[in-house]
Design a protein around this ligand. Sequence first.
Ligand SMILES: Nc1ncnc2c1ncn2[C@@H]1O[C@H](COP(=O)(O)OP(=O)(O)OP(=O)(O)O)[C@@H](O)[C@H]1O
Ligand SMILES: [Mg+2]
Length: 633
Amino acid sequence: MQSYSRKAATTVLLIGCVVIAGWIFDIAILKSILPGLVSMKTNTAICFILSGTSLQLWHRALKNIPRLPHLRIAAVACASLVISIGLLTLIQYSFNLNFGIDELFFKDNTSAVGTAYPGRMAPNTALNFFLLGSALLLLNIPQYILAHSFTLVAFLIASLGLLGYIYGNSYFYKAGSAYTAMALHTAIAFILLCFGILFARPGRGLIAVVSSNNAGGIMARRLYPTAIAIPPIVGWLILSGYRSNVYTAEMAISLLGVLNVVVFAVLIWWNAKELGSIDGQRYRAEKALKEANEELENRVNERTAQLSQANEELQNEIADRKLAEEALRQSEEREKQKSQQLELALQKLQQTQTQLIQTEKMSSLGQLIAGVAHEINNPINFIYGNINYAHQYCQDLLALVHLYQQHYAHPVPEIQQKLQAIELDFLIEDLAKLLTSMKLGAERIREIVLTLRNFSRLHEAEKKLVNIHEGIDSTLLILQSRLKAKPDRPPIQVIKEYGELPLVECYAGLLNQVFMNLLTNAIDAIEQTDDSKSKAAADKPRIQNPQIRIRTEKINSTQIAISIADNGPGMTEEVRQKLFDPFFTTKPVGKGTGLGLSISYQIVVEKHGGQLNCISTPGKGAEFAIEIPIRQS
Ligand SMILES: Nc1ncnc2c1ncn2[C@@H]1O[C@H](COP(=O)(O)OP(=O)(O)OP(=O)(O)O)[C@@H](O)[C@H]1O
Ligand SMILES: [Mg+2]
């Protein structure tokens, strides 16, 4: 429809141009189509050119709104010119004036057909230009109804002009004998221009009803062409019959009425039928749609049911799996517990084994010592018990010899020889010393035996009140030989810093075992540094004065502490961490079992409820600290 509007605009513009050409070259056929008909005036032609241009510009402006605002301005300017020319012409007619605009470009013939004033357009033409110019202006505001109303009025006026020509009645196009008439091509151009304006925006204003795609639009598009074309044609036929005197005027009117009724009845029936079939199609389409919809719904329902069933099955499966997983987890837990129990049992077993080994070691050592002590005890008692008598007897014998020397100053030569041989004076002097030293030696042996018995303490398997210092001393005694100087090192000095200790309730034999382990380790550590044969010793500084420092003190009313420190090589943090682990040793195979400290730990911590700690830095020696309660709870 819009393209029709543009084509109409171009056609109107061309008509104007052709007529102007007719005026320029004075071609009568271009000016008035048929001889004897009124010509189209120059102003009319100019107005058509302006109107066609305005409509074309309006279309272009509509397409390029933001880019070409001047197009719209030009369209408005053209429309305004058309309004002005129409209005000025109407004023000339109304007030019998002459502004000199009628023959501005070309002189008209003073005796031109149907022309009241030479060159001036007809009054209905002027009115139409005023209306259509206004409609073109009004196209620029959104309310299209106003523009369309102006156009429809202009359309009626132009139609009347055209019908006048068809029916051969000059009154329609002349609007009275005093005025100039509307030319035939003017009427046609007006009708074209009217359609051009109406179809400019098909979706808007009054024309929207016709251009719409609904049933109303379809019906309007079908009915309008016939409704517009049929009545004039029927009228013309009836009029022709009347003019040929076939029937009277009344008859003609009646015929016109009947024919109109028939034509419109047929038209309406045909349209109703078409609409009915469209409605039927619509109904069938709706029904099919409804059925499709229902089927779709059924399918959706079916699918939903299937899905929810699948979902339920899936959920059941998930629940089953969860149960299975739970069962698996529980059985795993049980297995874990079992393996933990097994591990614990294994640990206990290892501990028992280490204890057994150590106990065996210590008890055989204890038994050996106890046996030796017991065996030595009898003979030494025998010696010690008789040594006083031996001394007494010697004194008596010497006194007797003295008496003999006094009373027999000159013995027989044999006796004199013997006296010289035995050096009696020296003998007398030395015998006394000898006996004293024998006595001292016997006393020392007795002491040693006592200490040995004290260390072994095999008979004391239960807790007793014990003098801790005695235990340490007896242990040191047993280790005496290891402390002495060796060809490759000086003797190990033992520094005792004994504090005031009460009697402590403990298992004396076990505690001696602990002292034994710690002191042996200290000696081993010192010797390891000094062992020039070992590879490691090469880069270790020789210890000038090897020392073991033993310190005891009462920490508080319930606890005592014993510390055994050496100035050996010490140990790394890594070794310190594993110190109390059973079978951990850094000593060569066959030298250490790695049980000494783990057993000592058990004795101190588990047997006595105490603590055993080690402080050591590599190169700075090691200190083992024992803390035990004075009374066992
Ligand atoms: N005073 C110390 N200085 C340096 N290292 C030490 C000292 N005491 C213990 N260690 C280290 O701790 C390790 C473990 O000592 P532990 O007494 O348990 O076993 P062991 O002496 O090697 O063997 P054994 O069972 O014969 O005693 C030793 O091998 C040694 O490396
Ligand atoms: Mg050891």
